[in-house]
Design a protein around this ligand. Structure first.
Ligand code: PMP
Length: 306
């Protein structure tokens, strides 16, 4: 088994610059914190963050949905993530800004706490990597109910539910798991990615009604597919439709676009013409080779000499 990658650097906007958040903080004890993951890719004019503002708006929305108090607005967050990516000195990296509470106060009343920005940076390929087909199983663990937690919030604590589903899938010999909507039993998403299928030339993805994270890669794929002239439908997707698909693939910031080869006992065809076309457009977009989405790229200046 390969060792998971280690981060290269931490930025912490607080008195204790470094990696230290007290063990007693509610962010550690109860998972009360929100976060984002943003990719920095190499372009012809230097490194650039992909859809940074969209990620940071989602971070601010996650904080609002949980009632977290903090002092950040979009411009300040943008400047911090650009500086963080530049400080790695790498052409490609993965930048994770999060709002954490560093104070070891014994309360879960989040309105009484102040949340601060931390950013963790990992080295990552400066261009999208050739995808490795993924073997999926249907998880017995469904997504958290919208009656228990706001599904649009990307909160640290809810990732335990993804982790439980992923861990069980890997133990059963698969790479990842499909999680179903808790109420309808329809397909929602995989543990850290959104899911797409292709049937008779139409690209289909579960609608947001079924309690999935509104993925930014999901949105990019929908935009690029429409531009390629591929018919697109966001709607209810049941397991029978997923099994009957001609192609299935996953989308996410860290995992990019990855084809699915197997769903439990069912194998998908090896030819994936729609996936290949969209993956090529995605590759060209994140590396700035397609000028029509230059507004999705935030340039990262060269690292300051230290
Ligand atoms: N669903 C879940 C549960 C996720 O954690 C992620 C990763 N953020 C995604 C979907 C994909 O979202 P994005 O494309 O914005 O990375």
């Amino acid at each position: 088994m390969t060792k998971p990658p280690e981060s290269v650097r931490t930025f912490w906007d607080g008195p204790d610059h470094g990696r230290h958040i007290p063990f007693g903080s509610t962010s550690v004890q109860h998972g009360a914190a929100v976060f984002e993951g943003i990719r920095c890719y190499a372009t012809a004019s230097g490194p650039a963050l992909f859809r940074a503002d969209d990620h940071l708006v989602r971070l601010l929305n996650s904080a609002r949905l949980l009632g977290l108090g903090h002092d950040y607005e979009l411009a300040r967050l943008r400047a911090a993530v650009v500086d963080a990516a530049a400080a790695t000195g790498l052409p490609g990296c993965y930048v994770r800004p999060g709002l954490f509470c560093p104070d070891p106060l014994l309360t879960i009343d989040l309105g009484r706490l102040r949340f601060r920005l931390g950013i963790e940076m990992w080295p990552m390929s400066p261009t999208p990597v050739p995808p490795r087909p993924v073997r999926l199983t249907v998880s017995p663990w469904r997504r958290p109910s919208p009656l228990s937690f706001p599904p649009r919030a990307k909160a640290v604590g809810t990732y335990v539910t993804s982790a439980v589903a992923k861990t069980a899938a890997v133990a059963a010999g698969f790479d990842d798991a499909v999680q179903l909507d808790p109420d309808s039993g329809r397909v929602a998403e995989a543990t850290t990615t959104n899911i797409f299928l292709v049937r008779a030339g139409v690209l289909v993805t579960p609608w947001l009604t079924d309690n999935l994270l509104a993925g930014i890669t999901r949105d990019s794929v929908l935009v690029l597919a429409r531009e390629l002239g591929i018919p697109v439908r966001e709607g209810p997707v049941d397991l029978a439709e997923l099994r009957a698909a001609d192609e299935v693939f996953l989308t996410g910031t860290a995992g990019e676009l990855a084809p699915v080869s197997v769903l439990d006992e069912h194998a998908y065809p090896a030819a994936r013409p729609v996936f290949d076309a969209i993956a090529a457009a995605f590759h060209a977009t994140v590396t700035g080779a397609r000028p029509d989405h230059a507004d999705w790229l935030t340039p990262v200046p060269a690292a300051p000499a230290s």
